[in-house]
Design a protein around this ligand. Sequence first.
Ligand SMILES: *Cc1c(COP(=O)(O)O)cnc(C)c1O
Length: 357
Amino acid sequence: MIDLRSDTVTQPTPEMRAAMANAIVGDDVLGDDPTVQQLEAYVANLLGKEAAVYMPSGTMTNQVALRLHTEPGDEVILESEAHIYYYEAGGPAALSGVMCRLIPGDHGIFSATQLQQTLRPADVHFPVTKLVCLENTHNRGGGRIFPLAEIKAIQQVCRQHNLQLHLDGARFWNACIATGISEADYAKPFDTLSVCFSKGLGAPVGSALVGSATHMQRARRFRKMLGGGMRQAGIIAAGALYALQHQRQRLQDDHANAKRLALGLQQIDGILIDPADVQTNIVVFHTAEIPAPDLAAHLLEQGVAVFAVGSHSIRAVTNLMVNTAQIDQALEIIATAMASLKKTSPSTQPSASVNYG
Ligand SMILES: *Cc1c(COP(=O)(O)O)cnc(C)c1O
């Protein structure tokens, strides 16, 4: 199976499994798991922040960040297709009691001017705005990179209005590798960042919330409250640490494979894609006529797994489990599928999409 559904399908390599098997562990809730501590120190240092807290998922790091920066009734500003708003089960309302105010972006990217225009003066009628969240790279934006210059301009607006700035950086590593901007430089404008180890990096479990020591001390309490305190977590933290140290640079292979896939797709009759839209490891392409669910179902039978993300849109995510030869193989299978599906009847399957981590 050539699995292009998501970069979450990546499995631990034999070397990573060895690092996990040999990890020295303790009770992390009691604060004495040396491997978790090593991971947290490593990631905080890499991002140029004081501290980090390891958590089971990116959803938890994001939701803890919201809880950290807000009180019930406050307003959080997000891009209209932000993962925090779109895919986290209503967490902002349920866990923090906040209002989400949305700014429509271009592939998930909005400007400092748009933020400026969204903000309202202090007035008893309005909710208190506390937090702005960005996403880099942007999941529903097709892996779009948030330009650092725009982030800096947004941070200026936040500073003027006393707003905190959080990054949903589930694919932060991809943005750093693709641009050559250091993790610390890209992280600098943010008060807190959520970064993921179990997507492109290939670790089995976990994300970290990163920020000031004071923020992380409170984050630890909210992690416990949500049930995210884990005991001998060094076993999984060892996988995350191994991924950070050994599998970060290779993300450039995923990006090259995504570009190769996009350029190949462009040559196939009935497929619409602008390869310039592919900046990292996510490839979104469109079908002119054939319903996307039909194509996805057909491809699955032929050994290529992708997600239909709209009635005529498909998402493919390159990852550690798929090499360049398999990308070429996938392209051949897609070309054959397109040719054979041209003659068949319209779709009877639902066109809506479900979840895309
Ligand atoms: C996957 C993802 C998350 C959530 O991560 P989980 O570990 O699956 O909870 C958050 N934000 C973005 C942008 C993601 O792509």
